[in-house]
Design a protein. Structure first.
Length: 280
């Protein structure tokens, strides 16, 4: 089985990269992608664990991007982690996550929530890419909510009064940057029903012109119509179709391997990549 979208504690997952790989092996996965938000910080640890457990590792990241006014997540696979232009954008996105999250914490505290910046930072592994899930974990730790999902459903979803945007590169530019770094850009869960739908068919066509290589078809946040539409677009534009769990450890109910990618799709991704190889 091949799962091409997972997160470790280097961003908003709850498992260290080595633990993530160990769980993947236990779940019967033969190939795993580590795709933390706007960072490659988990690559080295994951690679060492992958060798120990006999799991093939696809190194990647999930980039925060914006297409017009909508947030779009872009999976970037097998890019050169030393590419200066891509590294600069990823650093800018990570850096802006900090004041953005501080603003959310301050606004919630002003409204009477018993939460401080120190509470949030207690949930963050050193060097991790910060995000709203860390605030959600702080609220759970304080007993204000039972689970991350409850926090997002009530207070931290994109349409909530506490939502704050952070810097995100234009999606088409991110696609070009990933390509220039030898990587393979695949748009993540574009037709999710549990969040704001990020793209339509015309948007995908624009991104194909910029160099988009694939589309995440099978994801738990896609309903049947969304999956069918994604498959239609993949066929129309010759995009690589993928399927993934979007695993976050205990942070979400998603399970490793609940959606998977075909071997043919992985082979196409490998053939397109010139940055780094799949580690086997």
């Amino acid at each position: 089985m091949i799962d091409l979208h997972t997160h470790s504690s280097r961003s908003d997952g709850t498992d260290a990269p080595a633990e993530l790989v160990a769980q993947a092996a236990q779940a019967g996965l033969g190939t795993l992608a580590i795709t933390d938000h706007d960072t490659t910080a988990g690559w080295e640890e994951a690679a060492e664990a992958a060798r120990r457990h006999g799991v093939a590792l696809v190194r990647g990241a999930e980039l925060s991007t914006r297409h017009r006014w909508r947030s779009v997540h872009l999976l970037a696979y097998l890019f050169d982690p030393t590419d200066a232009a891509l590294l600069a954008e990823m650093a800018r996105m990570r850096d802006d996550r900090v004041p953005r999250l501080q603003r959310i914490v301050d606004r919630m505290a002003a409204d009477g929530f018993d939460v401080t910046w120190a509470d949030v930072m207690a949930q963050v592994e050193e060097g991790a890419s910060l995000g709203r899930p860390h605030l959600a974990d702080a609220l759970v730790a304080k007993g204000i909510a039972a689970h991350r999902n409850e926090v997002f459903d009530q207070w931290l979803h994109n349409g909530s009064a506490y939502y704050e945007p952070h810097y995100a590169v234009e999606t088409a530019e991110a696609v070009r940057l990933v390509r220039a770094a030898g990587g393979v850009p695949v748009v993540a869960h574009p037709f999710a029903t549990k969040r704001q739908r990020s793209l339509d068919g015309d948007d995908v066509a624009e991104l194909v012109e910029a160099g988009l290589a694939g589309i995440e078809v099978d994801h738990r946040d896609h309903d049947d119509d969304g999956r069918a539409f994604a498959r239609k677009l993949a066929a129309r534009h010759d995009l690589v179709p993928t399927g993934s769990s979007d695993f976050h450890g205990d942070g979400k109910t998603n399970r490793l391997g609940e959606n998977t990618t075909a071997r043919e799709s992985l082979a196409r991704i490998e053939a397109l990549a010139t940055g780094v190889p799949v580690l086997r």
